[in-house]
Design a protein around this ligand. Structure first.
Ligand SMILES: NC(=O)c1ccc[n+]([C@@H]2O[C@H](COP(=O)([O-])OP(=O)(O)OC[C@H]3O[C@@H](n4cnc5c(N)ncnc54)[C@H](O)[C@@H]3O)[C@@H](O)[C@H]2O)c1
Length: 421
């Protein structure tokens, strides 16, 4: 007989082992499940982290772009500027410097290494014309109306402030008169106070409806003092008178440029003159409107030629008026055909009845500028027109969306001088 004691002990031992094994298995299962949970939680957490990271990335992406823009604006690339020594560098004021001619003059003087202050009331000028200089250490832009006095220290003043195209100067004739009279007096007063030389941007319009062709500087002109253009024509004539009064009475150094028709990029869409009219019509597929048979002639200079002439005159010792223009004449019909070809436009040329008193000829005599300044226009007409066409095409694209595109105005038939000027 087997005693109960050892058997029970054996069973007990076996049970203990099983229990240990079971406990061990349970423990391993538990650890495995805890680890599994842990791994799951980690991956959930990783996913969460990833989401948060994505959200942060989304939020800071635009900030990054803004920082890049800011960095760009700090390291803005300006057109190349010459270095001028203190002695050669001038402080130059350009009134009307945000306009068509003024902005090109600003470019030239800045690139030549001078310090340029542009004063403009933005009546017809735009900040966009000079924005590429904003922030440059040699450049300053002042929003100011020349009808109010201005107190700054300068060596030279290019006085261009005045609306120039007929729709613009006829818009507010009294303001045009004030700008050309009070504005010019203010600038001459400034020139006197600081000992600066002043160049007046006068105009071929001082010759009015000329009775001599081509017009030289000795011609006194033929102006209707009460016509619709008188605010501009007479305004410029009296501005010239003021210059010579300040020269004779106060010893102010003056230069007077009689500027003839000029064209190029940054000219006004509603300039109203033949070049911009034809380019806009051709680009927009509208008929190019020619008044009369189109045999009347016009002469246009490209803006860079004018700018070179202005700078040459300012730095010359010629104090009497000088014509700056391109004497190369073309008929209106030639202009229409050439512009149509250069634009590659299918527009037709439409002949309308002749505008009354439309001048048959407009041509500068530039012998004085050639002789005394060694200046004459050099930019071929086609080259200039291509640049102007490129500019107008871009402007139309720029303004395409919901913006007003001024349409060329038709010739006005009335007494006195009219279109195609
Ligand atoms: N463009 C031409 O074919 C032409 C021909 C003859 C003369 N000019 C003369 O050249 C000058 C420049 O002409 P543009 O074609 O560049 O004209 P524009 O209209 O483009 O420029 C004239 C500038 O003067 C500014 N201005 C007008 N009144 C002002 C005031 N009261 N105070 C401050 N700024 C004022 C305008 O905002 C504009 O920026 C004008 O004096 C004009 O009479 C031009």
């Amino acid at each position: 007989m087997v005693s109960k004691g050892p058997l029970l002990r054996l069973i007990a031992a076996l049970n203990r082992r099983r229990m240990k094994l079971l406990t061990g298995i349970a423990l391993v299962a538990y650890v495995a499940s805890v680890w599994g949970n842990f791994v799951n939680m980690r991956s959930l957490q990783d996913n969460g982290d990833q989401k948060v990271e994505n959200k942060i990335e989304e939020a800071i992406a635009p900030l990054r772009e803004k920082i890049k823009d800011l960095e760009k604006s700090f390291t803005q690339k300006y057109p190349p500027v010459k270095f001028l020594s203190e002695k050669d560098r001038k402080r130059i004021l350009i009134t009307g410097g945000a306009g068509f001619v003024g902005s090109h003059l600003t470019d030239k003087l800045m690139m030549d290494g001078h310090e340029v202050t542009v004063v403009d009331n933005f009546f017809t000028g735009r900040k966009r014309n000079v924005e590429h200089w904003i922030g440059h250490e040699n450049f300053e832009l002042i929003n100011h109306d020349v009808v109010e006095p201005l107190y700054i220290e300068v060596d030279q003043i290019y006085h261009l402030a005045s609306p120039a195209s007929p729709p613009n100067y006829m818009y507010n004739p009294i303001k045009t008169l004030k700008t050309n009279t009070i504005g010019t007096l203010n600038m001459l007063g400034l020139a006197k106070r600081v000992g600066a030389r002043l160049l007046l941007a006068s105009t071929s319009e001082v010759y009015g409806d000329p009775e001599v062709h081509p017009q030289n500087e000795d011609y006194w002109g033929h102006v209707n003092p009460i016509g619709p253009r008188a605010c501009y024509d007479e305004g410029k004539r009296v501005a010239e008178t003021m210059c010579y009064a300040y020269m004779k009475q106060e010893g102010v150094e003056v230069r007077v440029a009689r500027i003839f028709n000029t064209f190029g990029p940054r000219m006004h869409m509603n300039d109203g003159r033949v070049v911009s009219n034809f380019i806009l019509q051709a680009l927009q597929g509208e008929p190019l409107t020619v008044y009369g048979p189109g045999t009347q002639t016009r002469a246009f200079q490209y803006v860079s030629d004018l700018v070179n002439g202005l700078v040459a005159l300012m730095n010359s010792n010629v104090s009497s008026p000088v014509n700056l223009g391109n004497p190369e004449e073309h008929t209106i019909l030639e202009f229409a055909q050439l512009i149509k070809k250069l634009v590659g436009s299918g527009s037709e040329i439409q002949f309308l009845s002749e505008a009354q008193d439309d001048p048959q000829k407009r041509k500068p005599d530039i012998r004085k500028a050639k002789l005394l300044l060694g200046w004459e226009p050099v930019v071929p007409l086609e080259e200039g027109l291509n640049k102007a066409i490129h500019y107008f095409r871009k402007e139309l694209e720029y303004q395409a969306n919901n913006q007003y595109i001024p349409k060329p105005k038709p010739a006005r038939i009335k007494k006195g001088r009219t279109r195609h000027n």
